[in-house]
Design a protein around this ligand. Structure first.
Ligand code: GLY
Ligand code: MN
Ligand code: MN
Length: 495
């Protein structure tokens, strides 16, 4: 049966609906796309199923952490009802959907990853009571489990509400009761917008954009400093990503004969086997494509003699992602000019990483890396006789450095994006902050202001850096960065 057919069955043939139970012709009405369902079959499907209820489940590993995160949220908004949806499936085309990923806010506060879930914090005298609203197990008695498109027969077993309570450490209720409960609720409410249109419709008269934005900002800023669980996840993401990069190097000779697509697929395999997914669209940019910052078309050729800029990250099952870039000589050896440019970026990254420490301004690592790059560009004669200071004052190096040197990293690749300027870009680093340091130099293929041999060369080196009590720790340092070490590593892997 096709997906379309099961929707039709679900809409029209559910036995408990009067139409379906009373009128056999209903079952035959739609284009003859599905076989008729006899009353005997409908009856048969109601029973004869074993009880698979799970008992004594251990809480998920991050349950203590999610409780602490909810407590911080509760303290910030006393007396208000807070609604945090996971979101729903999104249509890809017609009746197929994208793989589901819950909203970062919901996953951060619950550790749950199922679609349609909603966390609600109900105000009490002393704080809040948390409830997670979920789709319960499918009802077999009314046919939902095999006739509904979201029935467990089609999409797989869900946790029962009781099981979810044990796993998440949060009381659970049926999400189908929530819209009515929200409509009837009184008192101040805030909702994380953009994930669940049904919840937003139920709350439309109760919330304001400004107050909802304050909730979103809080949840973004709460994630700036990572807890121990999150740091372990980010390390796991970096380690899996390193394995993905090794996989790519091992197939490079094969990829030469094919395309960037092959590299994308190779990394994706690792992401799905060692994690949940890729944390963002992999940038598999060979040759001049490396000068396009977000090259995700990945439909180019991979040729010996060119560089491959691979910017990719594995997202763990708990939804933390790495964000790593290496720029690799496809045949295993940098040309002298490629090495000159690569080493300049490496030097800039070293300066940037050295500027990441507690008490430093967030902007410091960007400034440190930009200075090195400006010095190199001046040294190479690409900026006439301007001084480095003048170049930096006018920002002229940015023709080739193009982007900021890094960003917060966590559950979102560009994490904490709703944080206020004073908490992020103008903020001060403290232990537990995780960010990327990713300087680059990009000489576009049609840039007439640089010597011809520079054109079409793009280099970025990106690592994931955790601020520690006494400096920083490079979470992605299992991958080599220095040009000679990159070559030695590639030679070893290529065998
Ligand atoms: N992969 C996107 C970035 O580096 O920010
Ligand atoms: Mn990045
Ligand atoms: Mn990146």
């Amino acid at each position: 049966m096709s997906y379309k057919e099961r929707q039709i069955v679900s809409e029209e043939l559910t036995p408990e609906t009067p139409e379906a139970t009373e009128a056999e012709p209903v079952k035959q009405r739609k284009n003859g796309l599905y076989p008729g369902i006899s009353d005997e079959l409908a009856e048969s499907m109601k029973s004869g199923w074993a009880d698979t209820t799970l008992h004594g489940l251990e809480p998920i590993a991050q349950a203590e952490h999610t409780a602490a995160r909810r407590a911080a949220l509760s303290a910030r908004f006393p007396g208000e009802r807070l609604v945090v949806p996971a979101g729903n499936l999104k249509t890809r085309s017609n009746d197929t959907e994208y793989a589901f990923r819950p909203s970062t806010e919901y996953a951060y506060l619950t550790g749950d990853r199922t679609q349609d879930g909603v966390l609600v914090l109900e105000p009490t005298g002393a704080g809040h009571d948390a409830t997670v609203y979920l789709l319960p197990r499918s009802d077999r008695a009314n046919g939902e489990f095999w006739l509904d498109g979201q029935g467990e027969l089609w999409v797989g077993r869900r946790s029962s509400l009781g099981e979810a309570e044990q796993l998440l450490g949060i009381p659970a209720k049926d999400v189908r009761e929530l819209p009515a409960a929200l409509t009837e609720a009184t008192g101040p409410v805030r909702n994380v917008r953009g994930h669940d249109a049904g919840i937003e419709a139920a709350l439309t008269d109760k919330v304001t954009a400004e107050r909802d934005e304050e909730l979103r900002v809080f949840l973004s800023e709460a994630r700036v400093v990572k807890d121990a669980f999150e740091i372990a996840e980010l390390k796991k993401a970096c380690d899996a990503t390193a394995r993905g990069f090794e996989d790519v190097v091992k197939v490079l000779d094969k990829a030469e004969a094919t395309s960037e697509r092959y590299i994308e697929g190779t990394f994706f395999l690792r992401a799905r086997v060692d994690g949940n997914d890729i944390g963002y669209g992999s940038i598999c940019a060979a040759g001049a494509h490396a000068t396009t910052l977000h090259w995700v078309r990945n439909d180019g050729a991979v040729r010996a003699g060119d560089l491959l800029l691979l910017d990719a990250g594995v997202e763990t099952d708990e939804l933390y992602t790495a964000d790593v870039t290496r720029t690799l000589p496809i045949n295993g050896s940098f040309t002298p000019l490629q090495r000159k440019i690569y080493d300049a970026v490496y030097e800039a990254q070293e300066a940037g990483i050295a500027a990441v420490k507690p008490g430093a301004a967030f902007r410091d690592f960007h400034d440190a890396a930009q200075r090195v790059l400006a010095e190199k560009l001046v040294e190479w004669g690409l900026l006439g006789d301007l001084s480095v200071e003048k170049v930096l004052e006018l920002g002229l190096q940015r023709r080739w450095t193009l982007h900021g040197t890094g960003h917060m990293l966590g559950m979102d690749v560009h994490d904490c994006a709703a944080a206020r300027t004073e908490s992020y870009v103008d903020g001060i680093l403290e232990p537990g902050v995780c960010l990327t340091v990713e300087p680059g130099l990009y000489f576009q293929a049609d840039d007439l202001t640089v010597p011809e041999e520079y054109r079409g060369i793009g280099v970025r080196i990106e690592d994931d850096i955790l601020v520690t009590e006494d400096g920083n720790r490079n979470l992605s340092d299992t991958l080599p960065r220095r040009s000679d070490e990159v070559e030695a590593w590639m030679a070893r892997l290529k065998g």
